[in-house]
Structure formats: structure tokens, C-alpha cells
Ligand binder design. Structure first.
Ligand code: ZN
Length: 433
């Protein structure tokens, strides 16, 4: 694994290389990927022929728009034509997801891009946020503890003198706290929802984690009040990361928290509105292109997340562009009786500001019944609940019966992630995009 060290330094240099050098590198990777898909991937060979284009026609990054947008449902059932036919699949790494859309999905990675994505790219981002060799890292995964045992025996990054230990998010919070106190990590990495429960456990029990310096979250729902709560209770800096099983880490927050730096030497990030590039600063669909993976290159892959590109370069001086994911899945809407769909972001932005609201979930049980489960800070009175109810009645224009219920726990989905909005009508209305 020592051969990786020069690669890490090279990748680290990209972070601050002048924009024109970075653009040159991206164009070079892009052209290489266009040649790869033309020569090796049956689906794209056919597209190139149909459109009467060759790899040499891709002269600028924007030429990517010549290719169609694909999504999970296009690939599922047709996997063979999306795979590199000249690569030995047994020699590739596989990543499997059940996904919150309920569609299982399998991605193949060639060895080199797997190592880059799974380890080096993450290491680069964590080190940019202050992690140093010799530190301990606790990683909370959505797998059962038994399944994590083999991964705990040896981790490739131990070559970098990091001590990494995996824990399960399915263990109860009290056990997780004890594990952390025994391991004494400076860094913790895990889903925001789990770390929120952990912080609540810490607050309740009065235990402290004085050794902890940084928390890295992968946020399924991006409520700043939750981040603030974790920060205040654990007395740490919180850095959020945006990624997916198909691409691994896509973008991450630096110490300035002005947005998420896109790993531009790995992935191309488009924000589209109605299929066309959305203006900078405007929210649209996130569409990603893998610049590195040759085994199953996902090109213009609609990830079913929303986000926006941000204009200003980040004050940290790193040249990687910044974006802001806005969370939630396009299919998670509240459907009003008159047919209007209300996006989860409308609720998020409106009710997040209320004092003491720590976590919430909206569940549309029927055409007219909307349940709002809330976890409220115990120091706050019922006023917050009343404010939430009133706000949601306004957003749904009085068409829904809104029932706000205080609760102690909001349960995650099977994959360990939380949904802000759950529409139980999904089976009868075709909302899935
Ligand atoms: Zn920055």
C-alpha cells in the first residue's frame, strides 16, 4: 500500500492548483473517459453511433451535454450494456445499495478508482479538515456489528498511521458511547441522524467525550439546528460530506463551511433544471459523471438529489468549486388533495427556524392527514409545536389536517437513513421520478 503515498500527495496538490491547471486536468480526464466508454461500453458505443459522434467530438467539458441522462431505472435490468466489456469483473470491487427509492443497485469499480474513492479521496478531505496521522477514527456504519468484525481486523489506511475502528449504528446509543470512551477517537464519522442520537445520549447521561475534536457527518436531512446541537453537545467542529454509493464521496465541507468542495478530479457535477444547466445559485437536479471509474462508468447519472452550484470561490483558497446539496429525494413530496406537490424543502426552510426543534418527520398517511413527528428540546414549551402546526397548515393552504406529535425517537429506514418526508400514498400515486 505504500505505493499510494505519492498518489495522495498528487491528489492533495490538486486541491490548490490554479484553476486553469485544474480545468486542463479535468478536460484530460473527461476525454479519456469519453474514449473509454466509446471503446468498451456497449450502451455508449451504440449512442455514439446513433448520434454519429466520435470521442474526438468531445473538445470541452460542456460537450458532455451531447450524451443522454441516465438513471438507476435505465441501468437496472440492462446492467451488461453499462459495463466495460474488456475488464475482468471478478477483478473489480462491487458496491451494493438498496437505496431509499427501494431499487437495489450494483456498481462495479476498477481497482485503482476504488482505492482512490474509498480511501485516498476521503483521506485528502479529512486531512484538509484537520485530521492528522496517528489519530484515531471511529466510523459508524449501517451494518450489523458482526459484519464489521473482518473490516476491523485490518484497514488499508493503517499504513498512514491512522487507527480506524468500525462500529454499528444499529447498536444502542449507550453502547456506542461506551465504545467511544474505550477507543478515545479524535474523529468520528457517521450518519448525521445517528450522531444526533449519540449527542442526545451524551446530553442525557452527562458523559463527556473530551478527546473528540471533529465529527464528519453524511447528512440525509440537512437541518442546521441538528448540526448545531451536535456541535454544542459534543463540543466539536462538524463537517458534512455529500456522497452516494455509486460515486462514494462527491463533495465535502472545509473549515470555512461556505459550501461543499466538489472532488473535481474525480467527478463532474451538473445541476440541471428541466434537462438544461441551471444558473449558478439556482437549485436543480444533481447529475454526476464519473471521470475515473473505467469498469462501470456512470455518465450523466441522475442521482435523484437536488442541489445548487455556488458562485464565489471558497475563502479557504482551495480551487475545487463549491456546491450545496439541498437534501431529500425528488420522490418525497407531500401531495395536496388538489394535486399540488409540496417539496420537503418548503417545510425544511419554514420550520427549521423554530426554537428547540431537534428533529422532525412529516408523514402523509392519507390524502388529507399529515402527521408531524417532532423531537423537541426538553427546555422548550409547547409554543414550538403550535408554531410548527400553524406553519404547515399555511404551507398546505388549509387542505390538510395537520397533527403535530411529540416523540422521543424517529426511526430510520431499513438502510439506517432518515427521511424528512414520508409519503404513504406513494403506492397509489406515481410520484417516483
Ligand atoms: Zn473551502
Amino acid at each position: 500500500m505504500f505505493f499510494l503515498i505519492p498518489e495522495v500527495f498528487q491528489m492533495k496538490k490538486h486541491l490548490r492548483s490554479p484553476r486553469k491547471n485544474l480545468d486542463r486536468l479535468r478536460l484530460c480526464l473527461f476525454k479519456k473517459q469519453m474514449r473509454n466508454i466509446y471503446e468498451n461500453v456497449p450502451y455508449y458505443r451504440e449512442i455514439f453511433q446513433r448520434l454519429n459522434i466520435v470521442p474526438e467530438d468531445f473538445k470541452h467539458i460542456d460537450d458532455i451535454q451531447k450524451l443522454p441522462i441516465v438513471s438507476k431505472k435505465d441501468i437496472n435490468g440492462n446492467l451488461n450494456i453499462f459495463l466495460n466489456e474488456n475488464i475482468e469483473l471478478w477483478d473489480c470491487y462491487k458496491s451494493h445499495t438498496s437505496g431509499s427509492t427501494g431499487q437495489p443497485f450494483l456498481t462495479y469499480f476498477d481497482k485503482k478508482s476504488w482505492i482512490r474513492k474509498k480511501y485516498l479521496s476521503k483521506l485528502r478531505a479529512r486531512m484538509a479538515c484537520g485530521m492528522r496521522p496517528g489519530e484515531r477514527v471511529a466510523v459508524f456504519e449501517s451494518e450489523l456489528s458482526g459484519q464489521l468484525e473482518s473490516r476491523n481486523r485490518k484497514h488499508p489506511l493503517q499504513q498512514f498511521f491512522l487507527k480506524i475502528k468500525y462500529f454499528s449504528i444499529f447498536d444502542d446509543v449507550a453502547a456506542a458511547i461506551e465504545h467511544l470512551i474505550a477507543f478515545r477517537p479524535q474523529n468520528v464519522y457517521g450518519p448525521q441522524s445517528f450522531l444526533f442520537h449519540l449527542a442526545r445520549g451524551i446530553k442525557k447521561t452527562g458523559r463527556t467525550l473530551p478527546f473528540l475534536k471533529r465529527v464528519y457527518t453524511s447528512a440525509e436531512y440537512r437541518e442546521s439546528s441538528v448540526t448545531q446541537f451536535i456541535k454544542d453537545v459534543l463540543k466539536v467542529e462538524v463537517y458534512d460530506i455529500y456522497g452516494s454509493t455509486e460515486f462514494k464521496e462527491v463533495a465535502w465541507e472545509c473549515e470555512r463551511h461556505q459550501g461543499y468542495h466538489i472532488n473535481e478530479d474525480e467527478v463532474l457535477c451538473e445541476i440541471l433544471d428541466g434537462g438544461k444547466p441551471a444558473p449558478i445559485g439556482e437549485v436543480g437536479d444533481i447529475v454526476l459523471t464519473d471521470l475515473k471509474n473505467t469498469a462501470m462508468p456512470l455518465i450523466r447519472y441522475r442521482i435523484h438529489d437536488r442541489g445548487k452550484l455556488l458562485q464565489a470561490p471558497c475563502r479557504c483558497g482551495r480551487t475545487f468549486s463549491i456546491m450545496l446539496p439541498v437534501g431529500g429525494r425528488a420522490s418525497e413530496y407531500i401531495l395536496l388533495p388538489d394535486g399540488e406537490r409540496i417539496s420537503p424543502y418548503r417545510f425544511t426552510t419554514a420550520i427549521e427556524k423554530f426554537k428547540g426543534l431537534l428533529q422532525y418527520q412529516l408523514i402523509q398517511e392519507s390524502e388529507t392527514d399529515l402527521f408531524v413527528n417532532v423531537i423537541i428540546d426538553s427546555n422548550v414549551g409547547n409554543e414550538t409545536c403550535r408554531n410548527i402546526e400553524e406553519t404547515i397548515i399555511n404551507i398546505t393552504r388549509g387542505q390538510m389536517r395537520v397533527i403535530v406529535r411529540k416523540t422521543e425517537r424517529i426511526l430510520p429506514e431499513e438502510n439506517g437513513k432518515f427521511k424528512v418526508v414520508k409519503n404513504m400514498l406513494l403506492k397509489t400515486h406515481s410520484l417516483v421520478q
